[in-house]
Write a protein that binds this ligand. Structure first.
Ligand code: FAD
Length: 388
């Protein structure tokens, strides 16, 4: 492992690797990424990887939209494949949330995002397999879809390496050395690397990494469950992704024969000891919600399941900033349940911030470090935090 680097990134999830690649694109190639396990082994590898734009705030809606453009042109922009599959995304909310849905669709429309409010009649053309009731309200995003977490993460890592970056696996960072309020080095299991810049992109572990230099961040790990199902392809060859807010769960196709379903309840959990499997009783409830939304799914069969951790902040939005008080320390943390879809633009904007002193592609100041202390949290149009 190298002994000096211009930038050290701590964490090899989709965020750390996207940043490493984008640093290279801005000409900063004497870089090192350290990952305590293997690339994508944290929240990234457990993600449902849904890429949708239905957000309540311009900063995240814009990032999701511009990231979608990168996922769909990944070969040209990054190199390698993202595994993106366009499926369309349907949001379903109850009548009492109509205002929130209409507000979000109007916001996205203003931003040039391809979305529209739809009726039950429209659904007969768009997604006839989906069943809705009279007291439900829907929005449709035709261009949304899902990508492959491992393809995206490893493609970013490989391309960054081709530009000169070093990726060091099974190598945990144990300390960030700070001298005179400036980053001096990162200490890892495989040695010490002198660097003026360290970036914490350590997913659910970020709170501990930052605590080591006396920085407290309001991150809480929250468990979320995922099940993979075989669907009855003779009756249901296709279906779109659905953010079923009315029933508090989501699902998407996973290839030609399977469906992936994400469900709660989303409770605070312990980073090291949380149950990484699924609760069968909770999954049975989610299955009955699925059959309610798509009746043919009553014949779906459970294949396997897992759980992962959202890294939540008080407003369920990330923190993208320099860490105040320590020159050269940055963080890209707190992505809650929606960091994958934003990851291409997180890498772009964080690289701009680090190299040029300001994110110019998207104004990320609403996601600044101090917003919680300032009481300036981002608001959601809904009570459901996962939609942010
Ligand atoms: C079940 C589930 C479903 C999700 N579904 C979606 C979805 O549909 N769409 C969406 O957009 N988002 C979704 N998300 C959220 C998304 O997956 C995350 O926001 C995103 O993957 C976060 O990436 P990351 O790189 O910040 O974190 P991680 O992937 O956790 O990466 C952090 C890395 O840092 C490493 N690390 C930690 N400490 C150290 C250390 N000291 N030294 C070296 N390395 C270290 C870890 O090993 C890990 O690999 C979901 C998340 C979960 C858990």
């Amino acid at each position: 492992m190298k002994a000096t680097a211009d930038v050290v990134v701590i964490g090899g999830g989709v965020i750390g690797t996207s940043l490493l690649f984008n640093l290279g694109r801005l000409g900063v190639t004497d870089t090192l990424l350290v990952e305590k396990d293997v690339l994508g082994s944290g929240s990234t590898g457990r993600s449902q990887t849904i890429c949708r734009m239905h957000y309540s705030n311009p900063v995240t809606a814009t990032m999701a939209w511009e990231s979608l453009g990168i996922f769909t042109h990944f070969g040209e922009v990054v190199g390698g494949e993202s595994g993106f599959v366009e499926t369309g995304y349907l949001v379903v909310v109850k009548e009492e949330d109509r205002g929130g849905l209409e507000r979000n669709v109007a916001l996205q429309y203003q931003l040039g995002i391809d979305t529209m409010q739809v009726t039950a009649d429209d659904l007969r053309d768009i997604a006839p397999m989906v069943s809705v009731s009279d007291d439900e309200v829907m929005a449709w995003e035709p261009q949304s879809g899902y990508a492959d977490a491992h393809m995206v993460t490893t493609s970013y890592g490989i391309r960054a390496r081709e530009m000169g970056a070093e990726v060091s696996l099974r190598n945990a960072a144990s300390a960030i050395e700070v001298e005179g309020c400036k980053v001096r080095a990162v200490v890892t299991e495989q040695g010490r690397v002198e660097t003026p810049v360290a970036v914490v992109a350590s997913g659910p572990w970020s709170k501990g990494v930052l605590a080591q230099v006396g920085v407290d961040v309001p991150l809480v790990p929250v468990r979320h469950q995922v099940a993979s199902l075989s669907r009855p392809v003779d009756k249901l060859p296709l279906h779109p992704m659905v953010g079923d807010i009315a029933q508090s769960f989501s699902f998407r196709p996973d290839g030609r024969e399977q469906t992936m379903m994400g469900f709660g309840p989303d409770g605070d959990d312990d980073l090291e000891t949380y149950n990484q499997g699924v609760d069968m009783d909770v999954m049975a409830e989610a299955l009955s919600c699925l059959a309610h939304r798509i009746p043919a799914m009553a014949e779906a069969e459970f294949r396997r399941g897992w759980s992962g951790l959202f890294t939540t902040t008080p407003d369920w939005h990330p923190i993208l900033d320099a860490v105040p008080g320590i020159e050269g320390l940055y963080c890209a943390i707190g992505f809650s349940g929606h960091g994958f879809k934003l990851s291409p633009m997180i890498g772009v904007t964080m690289a701009e911030l680090i190299v040029e002193g300001k994110a110019s592609s998207v104004d990320i100041s609403p996601l600044r470090f101090n917003r919680f202390q300032e009481g300036d949290l981002l608001e959601s149009s809904y009570r459901y935090r996962v939609l942010a």
